[in-house]
Design a protein around this ligand. Structure first.
Ligand code: AMP
Length: 214
């Protein structure tokens, strides 16, 4: 059965890293709307030009645009066997649209990675990405492990933008947890542990969520 997974959590919860790892382990595509938008900004497409100012100030790109991006991406062949979504849905409107995109062949597992706010601010101010390829560096690294490029801070990881992103998360994204909470395929995991421990909890939570659906 295909594994369809949504990873929720505040910015800095490590959900991108965890989504990447889960997707790699299972041979599934990881679909990160933040990555798609950052690529569009870098290549200067119309989408990138429209998204740039919103992203740099920590606000969300409009639902219609995001829903279309994900719809097109999920229609590609590689998503048939399942997928891992990172950064989408971000609003209840996006979640409702996602439900409509999916058939009944497999459940949608939703994992919420929970991390206390002070830990988030600490993590985001330390986070560095590769200025060339966008890869998120492990803490303490001095160059990109993938391409050797120089590490930089994401513009939206500056402290004032982090605070705005957390505010947006509380207002727009936290209601998503309430939207999904009552489903048998929803689980929370403690994100304030080592990456290995979080990964193990996510794997167990996905297995339990899929079983809960059967
Ligand atoms: P992320 O890498 O997931 O933290 O996303 C970075 C930024 O991209 C966010 O702060 C938003 O401005 C934008 N973004 C990413 N995903 C979405 C989405 N599903 N809906 C609206 N905006 C998004």
């Amino acid at each position: 059965m295909p594994v369809r997974l949504v990873v929720l959590g505040p910015p800095g919860a490590g959900k991108g890293t965890q989504a990447e790892r889960f997707a790699r382990d299972r041979g599934l595509p990881k679909i990160s709307t933040g990555d798609i938008l950052r690529e569009a900004v870098q290549s200067g497409t119309e989408l990138g030009r429209a998204a740039r100012a919103l992203m740099e100030t920590g606000r969300l790109v409009g639902d219609d645009v995001m829903i279309e991006i994900v719809r097109e991406r999920l229609e590609r062949n590689d998503a048939r066997r399942g997928f891992v979504l990172d950064g989408f849905p971000r609003t209840v409107a996006q979640a409702k649209a996602l439900d409509k995109m999916l058939d009944d062949e497999a459940p949608l597992a939703v994992i919420d990675v929970e991390v206390p706010e002070d830990a988030i601010v600490r993590r985001l101010s330390a986070r560095r990405i590769c200025g060339s390829c966008g890869w998120t560096a492990v803490s303490g690294a001095s160059a990109c492990a993938k391409c050797g490029g120089a590490l930089v801070q994401r513009r939206d990881d500056a402290e004032d933008v982090v605070r705005e992103r957390l505010r947006v998360y509380q207002d727009d994204t936290q209601p998503l947890v309430d939207f999904y909470r009552d489903r048998s395929t929803f689980r929370s995991v403690d994100g304030d542990q080592s990456p290995d421990a979080v990964a193990a909890d996510i794997a167990a939570a996905v297995a339990a969520a899929v079983r809960g659906h059967e």
